[in-house]
Design a protein around this ligand. Structure first.
Ligand SMILES: *Cc1c(COP(=O)(O)O)cnc(C)c1O
Length: 386
């Protein structure tokens, strides 16, 4: 019996381990010099140009800070896709506002400008497009519609590092804020962590203050500036969302490795594409010219003619030693969202249909060529030989 191939695993090397040990030995374990270094490196990765990178302890906290900073509050509506992780919508509830779920495109599984525009009311304050699996939403028309109606755009880029949209990296488009995730299974990790990116100085300032208790200077500045170390001012009831140096230490080296990770993911996706193309499945949407895919996920759909059910397919794959997953259980099917906002599958026919046939195959940089072969052989066996 071969080892079970997990659905996802991070790739952590000696560089990350040594940097964490260095932090532990240095005595500075919370937010400090390494968080600053990580933020500067992240800004450089995105090309500089007035970008502020603000490290946080998760993308969820980053999204919360972003919506708070653009002024989302009670009575406001925020448009989100139903085909996403619950974090995209829960942050709207944190602020007492109402998430308005919209359906998605059947090929990209992404929200489009048309979905967005149809859901706009006089209460709409912001929209949170999600770049599903690492393929960018068609952002130009989304930003255009948002500008026309005075709506703020916060990109949930948890899957989109690095993703290129029409020649530009996600993180450098003309939206208000972009938030990346460094959760354990994302394209790079800090264990838990996220990055808020914006070129708007006011939003950046607010996020930095609210990230640490609403204090006007963060802990590191307190111990390095000329003012007495004990002195600080609270200007708002902020949160505790700062990224510790122990996490940033991991992030510094993961970011350096990201281009290599990306090449590996791209090659793996290409391999799957070629090896699975004759099977009765729909393969994931590919980027159009001038765009690229981060390949955080490799989502396939079982065609109607496939006799085995989606759930049974995943069970069979597990029996053959392969971990698969489903992305996502759409928001409208979760009891809280369904019952609070009276959502039904009929309101989201496309997302519902995608969900019922979707399977996410394992794709991560630690997988070997043999692992890929095993996955393909297992898919073939379940779909063809069973
Ligand atoms: C992972 C994820 C998040 C949350 O990221 P955390 O860093 O775990 O808070 C948000 N949105 C989407 C679409 C995600 O997949």
């Amino acid at each position: 019996m071969m080892d079970f191939l997990p659905f996802a695993l991070p790739e952590i090397g000696d560089e990350e381990i040594n940097e964490v040990v260095d932090s532990l030995r240095s005595g500075w374990v919370t937010t400090g010099p390494k968080a600053k270094r990580f933020e500067e490196a992240f800004t450089s990765f995105l090309g500089g140009n007035g970008i502020e990178s603000i490290s946080v302890n998760s993308a969820t906290s980053g999204l919360h800070l972003a919506l708070e900073a653009v002024g989302v509050g009670p009575g406001d509506e925020v448009i989100v896709p139903t085909y996403t992780f619950t974090a995209t919508a829960e942050i709207v509830r944190y602020l007492g506002a109402t998430p308005v779920m919209v359906d998605v495109d059947e090929h990209t599984f992404n929200m489009t400008a048309a979905h967005f525009e149809r859901a706009i009311t006089h209460k709409t304050k912001a929209v949170v497009p999600v770049h599903f699996a690492g393929l960018a939403c068609d952002m130009d028309p989304i930003i255009q519609v948002a500008k026309k109606h005075g709506i703020r755009v916060i990109e949930d880029a948890a899957h989109a590092l690095p993703t290129i949209y029409k020649g530009k990296l996600i993180g450098t488009l003309d939206s208000d804020v972009v938030v990346f995730s460094f959760y354990a299974n994302k394209t790079m990790t800090t264990g838990e962590g996220g990055m808020v990116v914006t070129t708007n100085q006011e939003i950046a300032k607010r996020c930095k203050v609210m990230r640490l208790h609403g204090i006007s200077r963060d802990a590191f500045d307190r111990y390095t500036s000329t003012k007495p170390a004990w002195s600080y001012e609270v200007i708002a009831p902020g949160y505790k969302y700062n990224m510790p140096d122990i996490s940033a230490a991991i992030g510094i080296h993961q970011l350096l490795k990201l281009p290599v990770f990306q090449v590996k993911r791209q090659r793996m996706a290409e391999y799957y594409y070629e090896a699975l193309k004759d099977l009765p499945i729909d393969l994931p949407a590919l980027p159009i010219q001038g765009c690229s895919h981060a390949w955080h996920l490799f989502p396939i759909r079982l065609k109607d003619e496939v006799l085995v059910s989606r759930d049974h397919f995943i069970e069979k794959m597990a029996e053959l030693g392969i971990g698969c997953s489903v992305h996502f259980i759409p928001l409208h099917l979760h009891p809280y969202w369904r019952d609070t906002y009276n959502l039904t599958p009929e309101m989201y026919p496309v997302a519902q249909c995608i969900f019922e046939s979707e399977v996410t195959l394992p794709l991560y940089t630690k997988m070997t060529d043999d692992d890929l072969l095993r996955v393909v052989a297992a898919v073939r066996q379940v779909l063809v030989n069973d």
